[in-house]
Design a protein around this ligand. Structure first.
Ligand code: DX5
Ligand code: ZN
Length: 219
């Protein structure tokens, strides 16, 4: 399967968001939107007031990554705001003592693709019980919270282990990788089984973001 590239808007020029969305509409597969609350992760980003107008302008799917405690309080509002893909952290579900399976099913009930995210220190086997309910698993290849961090090499083995389990059970769960993704690791991630790659700095800090997206896709 061809790799789908989801540039992370966190690294975009916020004074020219409309131009960035136009560029992504013409060159990317999804737009990745990072929502942070300063509690699950030590950083703040943006919320509905940015996502809603942006999603209206987007002609490609919006992939909203919730790095917040109690994500279940906001699933419906994010889907209403335009999230086509919506992921939350297993770490957040555990803190809230909620059933990840029920949370995934709730998201799907609103008509969005449901994703379960894990940080690099969460054993990948912890998501195995939820592979039937998740449309995609988001494996963080840096600790969630900031763009521009260095890719953690141990991610390759985590992706391979997850892909082997998905294949063993004959499932179609997609694998998304987020953090430090760029030319040095994209192709190898694809070979390991990743199907969606989030890329912030490597896309927006490059001289030609559209060409970088095409290169990451392997074109
Ligand atoms: C980090 C975010 C990422 C981030 C990726 O917590 O989830 O989506 O924006 O940025 P880069 O590609 O620069 O690591
Ligand atoms: Zn993200």
């Amino acid at each position: 399967m061809q790799l789908h590239i989801a540039p992370s808007l966190l690294a975009a020029d916020f004074m020219h968001l409309a131009d960035e969305v136009k560029m992504l509409n013409a060159s990317a597969d999804l737009i990745h939107l990072d929502v942070m609350d300063g509690s699950l992760v030590p950083n703040l980003s943006f919320g509905f007031s940015v996502i809603e107008p942006l999603a209206k302008m987007a002609t490609i799917p919006c992939d909203v990554h919730l790095m917040i405690v109690h994500p279940e309080k906001y699933f419906k509002r994010f889907v209403d705001a335009g999230a086509d893909y919506l992921s939350f952290h297993l770490e957040a579900a555990r803190k809230a003592r909620r059933s990840p399976a029920k949370m995934l099913r709730e998201i799907k009930g609103y008509g969005a693709k449901a994703g379960l995210a894990i940080n690099p220190d969460m054993p990948v086997e912890e998501v195995f019980p939820y592979l039937d309910d998740a449309d995609f698993i988001l494996i963080m290849s840096v600790f969630a919270g900031f763009g521009g961090q260095k890719f953690i090499e141990a991610t390759f083995d985590r992706v391979k282990a997850l892909k082997a389990e998905i294949d063993r059970r004959g499932l179609n769960t997609q694998i998304e990788i987020d953090g430090g993704v760029g030319a040095a690791n994209a192709a190898e991630l694809g070979r390991c089984g990743a199907t969606m790659l989030v890329a912030g700095s490597s896309v927006f800090k490059s001289a030609d973001p559209a060409a970088t997206i095409a290169a990451l896709r392997g074109e």
